[in-house]
Design a protein around this ligand. Sequence first.
Ligand SMILES: Cc1cc2nc3c(=O)[nH]c(=O)nc-3n(C[C@H](O)[C@H](O)[C@H](O)COP(=O)(O)O)c2cc1C
Length: 380
Amino acid sequence: MSSFYGENIKMAVFGQSHAPGIGVTIDGIPAGKKIDFDRLSAFLRRRAPGRDPYSTPRNESDVPEFICGFSEGGVTCGAPVTAIIRNKDTRSSDYAAIADVPRPGHADYTALVKYGPSRDAAGGGHFSGRLTAPVCVAGGIVLQLLEDMGVTVKARIVSLGKVRDDGAEAACDKGAAREDRGPAVDFPASSPAVDFPASSPAIDFPVSNLAVENAMKQAIEEAKAAGDSLGGVLECVVEGVPAGVGDPMFGGLENRISGIVFGIPAVKGIEFGSGFACASMPGSENNDGFCFDENGKVVTETNNCGGILGGISNGMPIVFRVAIKPTPSIAKPQKSVDLKTGEQVILKVPGRHDPCIVPRAVPVIEAAAAIAVYDAILGR
Ligand SMILES: Cc1cc2nc3c(=O)[nH]c(=O)nc-3n(C[C@H](O)[C@H](O)[C@H](O)COP(=O)(O)O)c2cc1C
């Protein structure tokens, strides 16, 4: 298995969904960095399950226990940081019933082919979305280190099912929406010229206004009631990365970010800047013209390249979008096969599942982007 990431910091994610615990080791975190654990907990709570009807009812507090890497007062000591999160609310009997019937869309079949009968199938084993909790522990720490360098990472929900947040509703709902959601943050590099709220500990559903939020939540509820699930698209913006970070060819920022983002279960696509849309644009439209800002810094008029040229940051915000597929485990009957009896069967997946992974994936994408960018900055 390859559950390691990074060149300059090295992250290893370990554990299985129904094992005693899951966790992470990160090597390469510099000594002498004070970590704010309250902020880290708030960040982890945004991903934790069981908080609302839009996520799995599996009730895990997801509190990390730090085994090493810190000296007194929560200051990093330079040694590898290791954190363990104990799994508490497991229900493996749900999976015993479908041990021989692979869930369509999940990794059950491929895991069985590759690892044989001794693979751990309970709760998806090492393939579970639960393994993104340790990624968030590492990412939550790295986000604080990046902040000290003036780098911020924020993600938002662009679409969920068929509901799009293009900010169209923002004009009619702005006042009320803003009061409820806190200060707006400009996502300057994204296509719509609309202010979107920062994803923050207070906001677990980062969209431009309450009308969009309600429409998305209603779509999740309808899918759940129909025994189905929904996917969506997230956009992530990394601001404050200086020009010159990254490498050409296989060491590019796009490669590094994609590498970790595709390690997040359910991610099926990624695009940077104008992404797939650039294929139908003329060069004159897609090229980002250079100019100087008021401080004499080289900037670009537009940001269709998503802040990356030749794999290297150009100093503009790094912008990418991620496609998250609908949760594979659904109650609706689906075709599968019983590998023991050799029969074609109709499967209704038991257990507790997220009707939509998208809201919980927001901090995970931020964590992944933070780790990739920090790793690249250290290698500059
Ligand atoms: C935060 C998060 C939560 C997830 N929750 C579930 C879930 O409840 N049920 C499920 O079937 N898949 C869930 N997944 C997705 C599966 O783990 C994933 O689809 C599966 O491992 C197959 O991998 P792939 O989709 O990347 O091919 C979740 C993923 C994430 C990131």
